[in-house]
Write a protein that binds this ligand. Structure first.
Ligand SMILES: Cc1ncc(C[n+]2csc(CCOP(=O)(O)OP(=O)(O)O)c2C)c(N)n1
Ligand SMILES: [Mg+2]
Length: 540
């Protein structure tokens, strides 16, 4: 008779899920024993990196990935990245071993007490099979739950003695649709309101990128001839930032956001929260007299929107349907052209250390035509966005976390680089990583080196948690302790994980190291000192 393992691995083959990212312990070894040759196990050295790598890989492959971590402690370490996977809407089947059923009542060492409660509220479904025979069916249900919109992580707690049990060779494979089409009546209502509006504005978010709606988003904006804003803290970019209709990123605060949209009588948000605010700056949600329409694939987002009317749908499908029904508009008189042109930077007269702006200008000179950009560099996001390197022009080329949880981007970049290698796209992954942010998941670099990936990490080193100083200024909270980061030897850390690493502090050095890192495959970490200065928090 087949075992639970045999039946489960057969199911996973049918589902096309063949990759496990994990960090093993004794409670996971029965699952991992004699891993079939057609499955890949990717080892990461800490669970935040495990989940981050799986997240990047799943996004890069556009397919769910299995995560396997070690009972309660592994799940504890994984939680920050699980939270981010939920916000990022990444389908992950997260599994953790559980102690033997025989002993669970006496709670032996390594018992995951209340295993299904631990990952809540950040998983869509959390389950420990009631019987070993239910393990394959639980995986099927987990898959179906993870891939349906809004996609996201699910959790299975798996007692270690289940895997070798014999069971009938049941086939629990089934399929389910993954996209939700819009209500046709609601489409007509929304189209009518768009057609009646005098000056609509568009706000695009990550759902469009996830639904492969890049082209449809452009066509819709061009038909309306309306400016396109990117929602605050967007984890994906869904519209070319060099397009003449691109208007910028909305500020992440109530008052400034509505001020930015002044002059528009209708705000059409597609695939973003309404809105992802950060500091509290009071004001109206919308400019006076303006109304808001939201399209989202997530009923939760529709319910929590602070204002406006919502339509629940896959964003690509909704853009196509709305596009058929809205009237074509000419360009408004005096309408601006592309807002996002690289800012001019003087590289002739520079001080030491360089500014972030100068650093990004240098990197931009060598940036290839095709690459993936990943950033976790909080105080430098606006400057990055004004450089050629940071102006996103192509679909599926920018990724970050929508949660604010540091420690996600380094491993996610590794997962994305694995997907690039596996798919044969082979774009290099360029990571801009703050010196503070670097410390949350540095061990992901080891996985990248071991898997021979092409990744270039540039660390703007300001020796501080710069963004927190900006926040303290805005919130008028002086003398917060613990915001300085002296004496961190990031080059040695990177070398310790096997990367090639350099300290570069001149324009020539930065340029030649970056160029070399892009030409040579492999993992390179370049640490560049930059000046300390407190940025305005709501600078976009
Ligand atoms: C897991 C986690 N812990 C703490 C924070 C709070 N936090 C937000 S930004 C930041 C500092 C980031 O510093 P760095 O990467 O050096 O970027 P800089 O602001 O200097 O550009 C911290 C600690 C967080 N967002 N996530
Ligand atoms: Mg810093």
């Amino acid at each position: 008779m087949p075992t639970v393992r045999d039946v489960t691995f057969n199911l996973l083959r049918k589902l096309g899920v063949d990759t496990i990212v994990g960090n093993p312990g004794s409670t996971e070894e029965t699952f991992l024993q004699n891993l079939p040759a057609d499955f890949t196990y990717i080892l990461a050295l800490q669970e935040c990196s495990v989940v981050g790598i799986a997240d990047g890989l799943a996004q890069g492959l556009k397919n769910p990935v299995i995560v396997n971590v070690h009972t309660g402690a592994g799940m504890g370490n994984a939680m920050g990245a699980i939270l981010t996977a939920r916000v990022n809407k990444t389908p992950l089947i997260i599994t953790a071993g559980q102690q033997t059923r025989e002993m669970l009542l006496c709670e032996p060492f390594l018992t995951n007490v209340e295993a299904t409660t631990l990952p809540k509220p950040w998983v869509k479904w959390s389950y420990e099979p009631a019987r070993y025979q239910d393990v394959p069916g639980a995986f099927m249900r987990a898959y179906a739950m993870a891939v349906q919109q809004p996609a996201g992580p699910v959790f299975l707690s798996l007692p270690l003695d289940d895997w070798n049990q014999e069971m009938d060779d049941v086939d629990v494979f089934r399929t389910t649709s993954t996209r939700v089409a819009p209500d046709p009546l609601r489409i007509l209502e929304f189209s009518k309101r768009i057609n009646q509006s005098k000056k609509p504005a568009l706000v695009y978010g990550g759902d469009i990128a996830r639904s492969d709606g890049w082209d449809e988003g452009i066509a819709f904006a061009e038909k309306l001839n309306a400016p396109v804003w990117c929602g605050p803290f967007s984890e994906r970019i869904s519209f070319p930032e060099d397009h003449p209709l691109f208007a910028g990123t909305l500020p992440a605060a109530i008052g400034p956001l509505s001020k930015t949209l002044e002059g528009h009588d209708l705000v059409i948000v597609v695939g973003a929260s309404v809105f992802r605010y950060y500091p509290w700056v009071p004001g109206e949600y919308l400019p006076s007299g303006a109304k808001l329409l939201q399209v989202t694939d997530d009923p939760y987002e529709a319910a929590k929107a602070v204002t406006g009317d919502s339509l629940i749908s896959d964003c690509q499908l909704a853009l196509v349907e709305l596009g058929k029904n809205v009237r074509e508009r000419p360009a408004a008189k005096g309408q601006d052209t592309a807002k996002r042109n690289p800012a001019p930077v003087d590289l002739e007269n520079v001080n030491s250390p360089l500014t972030a702006k100068q650093l990004f200008a240098v990197l931009s000179q060598y940036a290839p035509e095709d690459f993936i950009l990943v950033q976790e560099s909080p105080s430098n996001i606006p400057e990055l966005g004004r450089s050629r390197l940071g102006i996103i022009r192509k679909p599926d080329s920018y990724y970050t976390m929508g949660s604010g949880g540091l420690g996600w981007d380094m491993p996610a970049a590794v997962g994305l680089a694995i997907a690039e290698k596996r798919s044969g796209r082979n774009r290099p992954v360029i990571v801009i990583m703050g010196d503070g942010s670097f410390q949350y998941s540095p061990q992901a670099i080891w996985t990248a080196v071991q898997r021979d990936l092409h990744m270039v990490v540039v660390v703007p080193r300001n020796e501080e948690y710069g963004i927190l100083k900006s926040f303290a200024l805005l919130e008028k909270t002086p003398n917060v302790p613990g915001l300085d980061l002296p004496d961190l030897d990031i080059v040695s850390l990177a070398k310790g994980y096997g990367a090639t690493s350099y300290y570069a502090d001149t324009i020539e050095d930065i340029g030649s190291r970056f160029k070399e890192a892009l030409e040579r495959k492999g993992v390179t970490v370049i640490v560049v000192p930059i000046d300390k200065h407190v940025h305005a928090l709501l600078d976009n």
